[in-house]
Unconditional design. Structure first.
Ligand code: AHR
Length: 498
């Protein structure tokens, strides 16, 4: 099979957004406890954070982290997680049917983000709480000092304000599973008033209204329109969440095409937001924060059935090579829509549906799905180019005829580097891809790295942590005006050209 990719530096979609490479740490399962935080671990630092997990998060190139939920946040009192640890209450967490010890709270999170070099993104509880609690939290976090909450933060050892810019106004409030679930009108009003009050206290905040939990929600579309009708002027983003897995997709060929769903989800949310903008005669554009996305086989790794364990194993999916290729394809989609998706968080960072795994008192390792994220975060720089691929389609049950090749190209004017990120979705056939370099004379292939495996269900485990690993391809080269690149079936690649 052959495919041709055309590109030109003059045709730009948008800047690569650093926030595209966000992640998510929720008090869910073992993401916090024995994930990023385990005071008794041999690598723990003075704050109880695991250095081995921190190092892997840095290597992965995470740029922003959303915290503390997720479903968890909709029943959470942020004050439980501040002050001396021995005075912090142990609570029931209805979202994950767990006991929450509150040993890790906002102060520890901010210390972790500083060590990891990532931007904090904080979700507030609009399920069981409202405007006043959001204002107290904002004052505790961001006010320099001289007031009740800011002085309390200083007394807790955090002299410097946390400087949190990006705030999620609740989580998945459209979902009946959410504590304090609301109608779109109820939520839109609450989001508007919370945002208005927060902005009265501090300018320059970036606020995210909850969009739909996924594009199959019965209220999808109506939810976004009604919510934005109420809070359009007060917010900057509408969120989107999506999870995919092979079992729900029905078959591997359909699963590999999951990004088709994400693509139309993004386009539908953007058009709905623009429709409300037009109705309100507003020149402002609402962007999308895709603040939960990943592969997650929910049915296989659901909530605990025993009563209220602390940090149980929840959502500990082991990711296959095929999962990693889909993760790569979802990242390609986010990058291709960098004009509207200006922030995104892969959910989550460690243990709970995560590219990283760790064991209590044990090792930490990279899942197969670590690699596409790490590659794209490290190499996608400068501008996203508007590219076109002419190539074969393949049939699949769920999406019909789908392009075999899915790609995005970034161009960094500073280093002159072009990077092609590309997935071959075909189950059996390799594809010979020609990358047209007429507009980039003299360019050579610097590096072509492939993630593939003869077993598409191969995975990295504690026993075999490096089973699925990227490899360098030696045969890719420029021939005339084209770079010739061979893409194995079910694979993720990046090709650097300069
Ligand atoms: O990321 C896991 C869960 O998925 C989050 O808590 C929730 O927001 C979503 O449904």
């Amino acid at each position: 099979m052959k495919a041709q990719l055309s590109l030109d530096p003059a045709f730009v979609v948008a800047d690569v957004r650093r926030r595209t490479f966000g992640s998510f740490v929720e008090h869910m399962g073992r993401c916090v406890y024995t994930g990023i935080f385990e005071p008794r671990h041999e690598t723990a630092d003075e704050d109880g954070h695991r250095r081995d997990v921190l190092d892997l998060a840095r290597e992965m190139g995470v740029t922003m982290v959303r915290y503390p939920g997720g479903n968890f946040v909709s029943g959470y009192r942020w004050e439980d997680g501040i002050g001396p640890v021995m005075h912090r209450p142990r609570r029931l967490d209805a979202a994950w049917h767990s006991a929450e010890t509150n040993e890790h709270g906002i102060g520890e999170f901010i210390l972790w983000t500083r060590k990891a070099g990532v931007e904090p993104n904080y979700a507030i509880n609009l399920g069981t709480r409202g405007v006043q609690e959001a204002l107290d939290l904002l004052e505790y976090a961001n006010h320099p000092g001289g007031t009740y909450w800011s002085d309390l933060r200083i007394a807790h050892g955090h002299a410097e304000p946390f400087g949190i810019k990006m705030w999620c106004l609740g989580n998945e409030m459209d979902g009946p599973w959410q504590t304090g679930h609301k109608t779109p009108y109820e939520y839109g009003r609450l989001a508007a008033e919370t945002a208005r009050a927060m902005r009265q206290r501090q300018s320059g905040l970036e606020l995210v209204a909850c969009g739909s939990s996924n594009s199959s929600m019965p209220t999808f579309g109506t939810w976004e329109a009604t919510v934005l009708q109420e809070c359009y002027d007060q917010v900057d983003f509408i969120s989107a969440h999506a999870y995919y897995n092979e079992r729900a997709a029905g078959d591997l060929a359909s699963f590999l095409a999951s990004a088709v769903d994400m693509e139309s989800f993004i386009e539908d949310v953007a058009s709905t937001a623009d429709h409300i903008g037009a109705k309100l005669r507003s020149r402002k554009r609402i962007n999308i924060s895709f603040d939960e996305w990943n592969v997650w086989d929910n049915a296989a790794t659901g909530t605990p059935t025993v009563d209220w364990p602390s940090a149980p194993r929840v959502g500990e999916d082991t990711y296959t090579l095929a999962d990693a290729v889909v993760v790569g394809s979802l990242l390609i989609t986010l990058l291709r829509h960098s004009d509207r998706v200006t922030a995104a968080c892969q959910a989550q960072l460690v243990n709970a549906l995560a590219p990283l795994r760790s064991e209590a008192q044990g090792m930490a390792w990279r899942q197969a799905s670590f690699w596409p994220f790490a590659h794209a975060s490290r190499l996608a720089k400068g501008k996203v180019l508007d590219t076109h691929v002419v190539g074969p389609n393949y049939p699949n049950e769920r999406f019909g005829d789908t392009p075999v090749i899915h790609s995005v190209v970034t161009h960094d004017e500073e280093s002159s580097e072009l990077v092609v990120f590309v997935v071959n979705r075909h189950l059996e056939e390799p594809v010979e891809l020609s990358v047209g370099l007429r507009a980039f004379p003299g360019y050579r292939v610097v590096e072509h790295v492939i993630l593939d495996d003869e077993d598409v269900h191969a995975m990295n485990t504690e026993q075999e942590p490096d089973r699925v690993q990227p490899r360098r391809a030696e045969s890719s080269q420029v021939d005339g005006e084209d770079a010739q690149v061979l893409l194995p079936p079910v694979s993720w690649s990046f090709v650097r050209l300069r």
